[in-house]
Design a protein around this ligand. Structure first.
Ligand SMILES: [Zn+2]
Length: 255
């Protein structure tokens, strides 16, 4: 299903809990000697948050791993960097074929349909350079007014000797375990057969097995989704949703 008209919309809401401390770096290097080397990312109010893009990336790799291992042969996944399901040459030849076809259909839509047909399951849901993502995770902001940010010492490992090198000590910030965030994820125009995959993603979020951010190899970044409420908007309730917002009767039974 393309995204140019409305078929359905899934809305998943809940509370995300940090089961362990989390380190999602701001990516800004500080030149102030008193500052920590690796600060956590903060919003405009100075509060730590979990970027939706981080969570989306984690969900994408989870689904990739699952589908590449052949868990269900109806679904597939490409290696987006090394062996993408679609490249510029494919797109070029699709465009040429569509232009020369005698169909009365709008050529742009035909091209989009053909491209979509060639895409793997994961790219159809999470997007690639030719198609927007159907799945969007909002930035998860803190539920409480404040969160505890701790400073921790890290030790860099010398890559040549494999030993902890004295000169490579550094400080990093981490968000303390127990922090709670608002979670909201939407998926637009999902194929009925992909509903199962969405259920798998909700379940893995609930299981607490996923990790976000950096330093996951030392146990950081465990997140768990709780208080989940899921909704499905379709043609029959679209108008009501637009006028009145989410209602109990729009609930989607995902289990
Ligand atoms: Zn792909």
């Amino acid at each position: 299903m393309l995204l140019d008209r409305f078929y359905n919309k899934y809305i998943i809401k809940g509370t995300l809990i940090a089961d362990t401390p989390i380190h999602i770096g701001s990516g800004e290097e500080s030149f102030d000697p008193v500052q920590v080397d690796n600060s956590v990312i903060r919003d405009s109010n100075g509060n730590p948050y979990i970027p939706g893009s981080s969570l989306k990336g984690v969900l994408r790799s989870y689904l990739e791993t699952l589908l590449i291992s052949g868990v269900d042969e109806r679904f597939n996944a490409c290696l987006i960097v090394n062996e993408p399901c679609l490249d510029n040459d494919d797109v070029k030849s699709i465009k040429e074929t569509c232009k020369s076809s005698q169909s009365n259909q709008n050529v742009d839509r035909l091209v989009a349909e053909e491209i979509y047909k060639k895409m793997c399951t994961v790219c159809r849901i999470f997007g690639n350079q030719y198609f927007a993502s159907k799945l969007v995770v909002n930035d998860c902001t803190l539920k409480e007014d404040k969160a505890y940010v701790e400073r921790r010492d890290g030790v860099g490992i010398d890559r040549d000797t494999g030993t902890a090198a004295d000169k490579k000590k550094y400080t990093f910030e981490q968000l303390a375990a127990g922090a709670k965030f608002d979670f909201c994820m939407t998926v637009d125009n999902l194929e009925p057969e992909y509903e199962e995959l969405l259920k798998l993603m909700i379940n893995v979020l609930k299981s607490g097995e996923l990790r976000v951010g950096g330093k996951t190899s030392v146990g950081l970044g465990c997140i768990r989704l709780t208080d989940v409420s899921a909704y499905k908007i379709e043609h029959k309730n679209l108008k009501q949703y637009l006028l009145e917002g989410l209602k109990d009767e729009m609930r989607w039974q995902y289990v």
